[in-house]
Structure formats: C-alpha cells, structure tokens
Write a protein that binds this ligand. Structure first.
Ligand code: NAD
Ligand code: TYD
Length: 357
C-alpha cells in the first residue's frame, strides 16, 4: 500500500531543488497541502515559485528550521503527515570559508526539525507520518577511477558541507533506530536544471559565458561528477516518499559521469551555437585556477536499489537536459540578474579563482 500524504511540509522550498520539487509535486498531487518553510538565505528566491501564487494547495511560511516553536506550530496547524527536508547550506566552497553556519543549519536545524516531528508524530494528530531527509552522495567521500557508492558504503565525508550532511543523516538514522520514527533518507548526485544558483558549476559556466567572463576550472579539471536532472530527482523523491519502507536509504543517480573539463567544453560549444559565436570562442574563456582544498576526485552512484525496489530511473538524457537548461537560462536572464546582485557579487571576490561574475 503506498503512503499517500495529505499535507506535506517542504523545508527549503525556495531553493533550487526544493522549488523544482514543489512544482512537480503540486502538479501531480492536487488536493495535497504543501507548506513551504524557508528563511530565504541568499540561495532562497520566491521568484522560483511565482507560478504558484493563488494556488490553494500551496502556502509559504518565512521562517527558520531552527525555530522549534514555529516548526511545532506549522506541523500541528497544518496537520502535516510528511516532512520533505531540503533546507540546508549547500555549497562546498562556502563551507570551506565559513563552516559554522553549515553545522548550525544542516546538523542542529535537522535535529530540531526531527525532534518537533517526533513530538507531532507521537501526538497522534495524523494517522501515518514520514520524515524524508534529502542528502547527497558527498557523504560517502571520494572514489578512485573505478567503483560506485552504494547505500552500504561507509560515510567518509571530506568537506565541512558533506560532514554536516553526514551528521544530519546519522541523526535521521538515530531517530529511526532509537524512537522508531518513520524516517527515509535519499542521497543524490549533482543536480542541474532550472533555478540553479549560479555559484555551482553548470549555471556558473552558462552565466559567465554569456557575459564573456573567465570560466574557473579548479585544479586539473579531471574531477568527475555524476549529473542528474533536477526534475528526475523530484520524481525520485516523490517515489521514495510514497513507496519506500520506513527506515530505508536510497541512492539517486543519473548514471551520467563527466569530467569537469568535458562539461566546460560541452557548455562552451552549445553556447557558441546559441550566441552566434565562432566555434572555440567560448572555450578560450577557460581559466585553470587553484584547486579547491580537499577536492573530492570522483563521485559515482549505484542507484540500482531504487530501480529494483521502486522502479525509478531517470527520464532525461543528458543531451536533452543540458540543452533545455541552457535555453532556460538564456530565456530567464532577469532571474539570473536578480540572484547575482548584491551579496553574491561581494562573495565571489577572492574566492577560488575569483572573478566568477
Ligand atoms: P539551495 O542552496 O539552492 O537551497 C537551500 C534552501 O534552503 C534555500 O531556499 C534557503 O533559503 C533554505 N534554507 C537555508 N537555511 C535554512 C534554514 N535555517 N531554515 C529554513 N530554510 C533554510 O540548495 P539545493 O541545491 O536546492 O539543495 C537542497 C537539498 O538537496 C540540500 O539539503 C542539499 O544538501 C541536497 N542536495 C543538493 C544537491 C545539488 O546538486 N544541489 C545534490 C544532492 C543533495
Ligand atoms: P559544484 O557545482 O560546486 O558541486 P560539488 O562540489 O558539490 O560537486 O562543483 C562541481 C565540480 O566542479 C566540482 O568538482 C568543483 C568544480 N568547480 C570548478 O571547477 N569551478 C567552479 O567554479 C565551481 C563552482 C566548481
């Protein structure tokens, strides 16, 4: 019997993946209430959700997951029967220059959300309940040239970001083991797609190419990431929420490994065509810069458990997904201009490679 939620609390729904998830979930689940709790850090943008204004299934609450009173009120007031927890500090580079907020939001924030969820679940206000923790393959550390992360791979996080996500994942596990809470945990590879903040590799490349700015490639550019379209991720999350057994962990991946430098070249060439530039013009913007400290060499996901148990696999080909993503950024330059103003500009001065905007 699938679990069919009637009122979900999405945390961090104004960010990249959360907003894509909300659009996808609302489209497929009319009548299910979606409450979006987000404190709107630099990465949160309500413009990602303007299409939902006036939708009776959706409402936004500006607030912090670390505010236990507020979280408790929302859970009880909305009779929430599922928490889908995206809210986090999510950028590795920022975690190197300022790790504290990562621990506060990702570890302590998750614990507060878990504790309020436990009280709400125990109150008997709802017939059934799920807490879904959205996590990352980065908790597993780094791979050599071969092999894949499975759900049994030991956690070996290397950056303050991934360490804070691993800490949160272990708390989620502890709430299941200790209190019997019906938790779920997904660990996904690198996402790409619309509404991606242009500090992460793919949107940063698109943004800088359009503006003829240098394309900072960390180290030798041979680090490998597995890329998944954010809408495929959204479908996987909904699948796990509805069909997975409480206590389970699922990897989510695109089976789509790329060396960073190959991604750079691909995005350059696709944009040469779209911007009417000579072939090779955009590649000349490439600038090899100092490596990221502790830079994980390779991530690769084995998502076969999700396929075997719940019959999920990605629908997008990378060819289609990357072309659509580039076209989305070209068509949404106003969105980009808004999110790249102010604090973001200041942040990038002196960052690895610098001058990203
Ligand atoms: P993002 O940085 O785009 O968005 C994070 C959102 O959380 C923002 O809207 C922000 O305002 C909100 N937020 C931050 N702190 C908060 C707090 N204390 N209270 C309430 N809201 C808060 O992140 P994203 O890329 O959408 O990632 C979402 C989740 O998915 C994160 O948990 C991340 O670790 C995980 N993840 C991301 C990727 C990826 O490729 N982006 C891959 C795997 C897993
Ligand atoms: P990123 O998008 O920050 O995601 P993550 O570090 O979580 O995988 O980076 C993806 C890869 O691209 C990673 O190997 C670091 C590299 N990178 C660059 O080479 N230059 C850049 O300007 C950025 C942001 C990332």
């Amino acid at each position: 019997m699938p679990f069919l939620p009637t009122s979900i609390l999405v945390t961090g729904g104004a960010g990249f993946i959360g907003s894509n998830f909300i659009h996808s979930f609302i489209a497929g689940n009319p009548g299910c209430r979606v409450s979006n709790l987000d404190c709107l850090t630099y990465a949160g943008n309500l413009k990602n959700l303007t299409a939902l204004e006036g939708n009776p299934d959706y409402h936004f609450i500006k607030g912090d997951i670390g505010d236990a009173t507020l979280v408790g009120k929302v859970l009880a007031g909305q009779r929430v029967d599922a928490v889908v927890h995206f809210a986090a500090e999510s950028h590795v580079d920022r975690s190197i220059t300022g790790p504290e907020i990562f621990v506060r939001t990702n570890v302590l924030g998750t614990q507060i959300l878990l504790e309020e969820s436990r009280k709400h679940w125990l109150s008997g206000a709802v017939a059934d309940f799920r807490f879904l923790q959205i996590s990352t393959d980065e908790v597993y550390g780094s791979l050599g040239d071969t092999g894949y992360f499975t759900e049994e791979t030991p956690l070996a996080a290397n950056s303050p970001y991934s360490a804070s996500k691993a800490g949160a994942d272990l708390l989620v596990r502890a709430y299941h083991e200790t209190f019997g809470m019906p938790t779920l945990n997904t660990r996904c590879s690198n996402n790409y797609g619309p509404y991606h903040f242009p500090e992460k590799l793919i949107p940063l490349l698109i943004h800088n190419i359009i503006n003829k700015k240098p394309l900072p490639v960390y180290g030798d550019g041979l680090n490998i990431r597995d890329w998944l379209h954010v809408r495929d991720h959204a479908v996987a999350i909904e699948t796990v929420l509805k069909k997975a057994k409480p206590g389970s962990v699922y990897n989510i991946g695109g089976n789509n490994e790329w060396k960073n430098i190959d991604i750079v070249n691909l995005v350059c060439d696709l944009l040469d065509d779209r911007l009417g530039r000579a072939r090779g013009e955009n590649r000349s913007l490439t600038a090899f810069v100092k490596d990221r400290p502790g830079h994980d060499r390779r991530y690769a996901i084995d998502a076969s458990r999700l396929k075997a148990d719940l019959d999920w696999s990605p629908a997008y080909t990378f060819e289609q997904g990357i072309a659509e993503t580039i076209d989305w950024y070209l068509a949404n330059q106003e969105w980009v201009a808004e999110v790249t103003s102010g604090a973001y500009r200041e942040y990038y001065q002196g960052q690895y490679g610098g001058g990203a905007v």
